[in-house]
Ligand binder design. Structure first.
Ligand code: ATP
Ligand code: MG
Length: 612
């Protein structure tokens, strides 16, 4: 329960709705409990008319409003017209109770929807502040579940559970009050089975919940299984594994069916047992009430009728206790999971930053070391580098040598473990992340495109004020314009599941175009030419040469790019700089670079190049 206490701020925010909801609950129940009193009175009156007796003052122990109605109507109406008036009054009471119940749902359930909305936004905002390391440690499914399923479960607490609990408390208090006022002993007898009903329902509910959780899990396995079969269909077919996959699916499906049938059996016991308990309470009321009436002539039939109606009014709210209790338990478990994420603090902090820092100028990396936090891999060792403004730098090196890590450190996806990175003398961890990242165009190694149109993908994050070139120009630089124009809808073609499937090289070039559209001082391209052919690569680099101008550029590749004259070439190995210098000096060194160059010039295949 303590996990749910964080929701207090939302209840406070929507306190007016909450208070109004509570008022409507009281009003709805108040009018509801008046109806049995009027009914009881009418039954007594009919009984007395038939037996020739008179109404005693004890029979008038009703709520003040009911007494008022009785006194007023008795003076004016008699016989059938009195009964007709009483019926109309009961109808009006039911309508009033229903109307307030409508308002109650309108305020409390609507409040829970507002809270759900706020909570989703709070979680999403927090997700966006968390760093890359957090995303490495949690899978997408987990993140999705917390923002959708867990939030929905918490809403079941802020809405229905709160509403039913308050309703139950008010209804029990009012019914018990009026019942005890009439006959407290009979009240104790008839209420006795209700707690048993609540406990039974709680237990049955727990079983149902446990089973449905299991079924949910099995269903998710089944869906994942089916999904993998669809997405991996080419692998499955080429390895002729259709039959094996079908068997696998069949087993999953069988387990799901078995559990679902088990749940249906438990559920089928649920409602009859509830009906039994309600029947029992009614039976006790009628039995004991009649027995009392036989022994004590003061007991009237009206009392029994009134009590039977009260009991029927109580059964649904009481049976909801068990249901509400398990709803609260689930909400607490979900809120606990949400809190775990909300309490995660980003390791890359964005505070105490210098808003006036200028981010153009020399980039300095001084004795930078970096260890990936959750794996302990020491990816960058004592790395020092100076890149003056406007310089073009090529970073080469074997796979896993730390090239992408350097790019990510420059963007502050991670903070260095030791050492410092500064731009224009300003350490980058004293600059706001927004300021830093706005000045850098970055093409990550693992290209990501949104399920959107091509032109929106290229112009991602660009506003009219930050736009320097059109998507078409950027695409022309990235040598993808011509291909885009061959698509049916040109730049408005949708990408992804609802649109065209792009080749690896096309995706890379669109993400290059995206980076070229951005107005930035520094451009970092991480291995974004790996899936394009040599001719296209040459064309792109030639365009880049023209486009880059006085921008600082860091280009990470596995191949030497000859159409750009680099100011520095860095060859990395095991997180360190192995070779550094200009093209000519590196050729003279006769090291990795010279060998790579020689082989590339000799037109060696990629396989041969990989042997260097
Ligand atoms: P490639 O040429 O294959 O892209 P790279 O030079 O870019 O390689 P990095 O991605 O920087 O290499 O990786 C350097 C080292 O850090 C590798 O040993 C890799 O296993 C490790 N590494 C990379 N990313 C992560 C990560 N997110 N978490 C943990 N370790 C990582
Ligand atoms: Mg890399």
């Amino acid at each position: 329960m303590k996990h749910l206490s964080v929701l207090g701020k939302y209840f406070y925010k929507y306190r007016n709705r909450l208070l109004a909801g509570m008022f409507f609950i009281i009003a709805s129940n108040y009018f509801a409990v008046l109806a049995p009193q009027v009914t009881g009175y009418v039954v007594n009156k009919v009984q007395l008319v038939l037996s020739g007796g008179t109404i005693s003052s004890q029979d008038k122990e009703h709520d003040a409003l009911v007494n008022l109605f009785i006194n007023w109507s008795e003076e004016r109406f008699e016989g059938t017209s009195f009964i007709a008036l009483a019926c109309i009054t009961i109808l009006i009471l039911a309508l009033l109770s229903g109307l307030f119940m409508f308002f109650m749902r309108q305020t409390l359930i609507v409040m829970s929807r507002h809270i759900e909305y706020d909570q989703k936004n709070e979680i999403f905002k927090h997700y966006q502040e968390l760093d890359t390391n957090f995303y490495r440690m949690h899978n997408t499914g987990d993140l999705m579940n917390r923002i959708s399923e867990d939030v929905s479960r918490v809403r079941m607490y802020t809405g229905p559970a709160v509403m039913y609990l308050a309703n139950l408390a008010v209804r029990i208090s009012l019914c018990t009050f009026f019942m005890a006022k009439k006959d407290w002993l009979l009240t104790i007898y008839v209420l006795a089975p209700l707690p048993i009903l609540a406990v039974i329902i709680y237990y049955v509910n727990t079983i149902i919940h446990r089973r449905s959780e299991k079924i949910q899990g099995l269903l998710s396995d089944l869906t994942t299984n089916a999904q993998q079969s669809y997405s991996g269909i080419r692998v499955i077919k080429s390895y002729v594994q259709e039959k094996a996959m079908l068997g696998f699916f069949d087993r999953n499906s069988e387990a799901y069916k078995r559990n679902a049938i088990g749940l249906a059996k438990v559920e089928s016991v649920y409602f009859p047992s509830m009906a039994l308990m309600i029947g029992l309470s009614t039976l006790i009321t009628v039995g004991i009430g009649s027995w009392q009436a036989l022994n004590d002539p003061a007991t009237k039939a009206g009392l029994i009728v009134e009590f039977v109606i009260y009991i029927n009014m109580l059964t649904f709210p009481v049976s909801a206790i068990g249901w509400v209790a398990s709803m609260i338990q689930r909400a607490a478990a979900s809120q606990k999971r949400i809190n775990e994420f909300l309490h995660t603090v980003p390791t890359v902090k964005d505070e105490h930053t210098d808003q006036k820092a200028k981010l153009t100028g020399t980039i300095h990396l001084r004795d930078v070391n970096f260890v990936y936090p959750h794996t302990g891999i020491h990816a960058v060792h004592d790395f020092s580098l100076e890149i003056r403004q406007g310089e073009k730098v090529l970073i080469l090196g074997r796979t896993g040598s730390g090239k992408s890590t350097i790019a990510q450190l420059l963007l502050r996806f991670y903070d260095t473990t030791s050492g410092e990175i500064a731009i224009n003398g300003q350490p980058i961890n004293t600059v706001s992340l927004k300021q830093l990242r706005e000045r850098i165009s970055y093409v990550p190694q693992d290209v990501f495109l949104f399920s959107d149109t091509i032109s929106d993908n290229i112009a991602f994050g660009i506003t009219a004020s930050t736009r320097v070139v059109s998507p078409e120009t950027a695409a022309t630089y990235a040598v993808i314009d011509r291909e885009i124009r061959t698509f049916h809808n040109g730049y408005d073609t949708m990408i992804g599941e609802r649109g065209v499937t792009l080749s690896g090289g096309q995706k890379q070039r669109i993400s290059i175009a995206r980076a070229l559209m951005k107005d930035s001082d520094i451009i970092i391209l991480d291995d974004c030419l790996s899936a394009v052919d040599a001719k296209t690569e040459h064309e792109i680099t030639k365009n880049l040469n023209q486009y880059l101008g006085d921008k600082t550029a860091i280009i990470i590749t596995h191949r030497i790019i000859s159409s750009i004259e680099f100011d520095q070439v860095i060859v990395m190995s095991h997180g360190k700089i192995l070779e550094q210098g200009k093209h000519e000096s590196l050729l003279e060194k006769r090291g990795y670079y010279a060998e790579l160059y020689r082989m590339q010039m000799a037109g060696l295949s990629d396989e041969e190049l990989s042997k260097i």
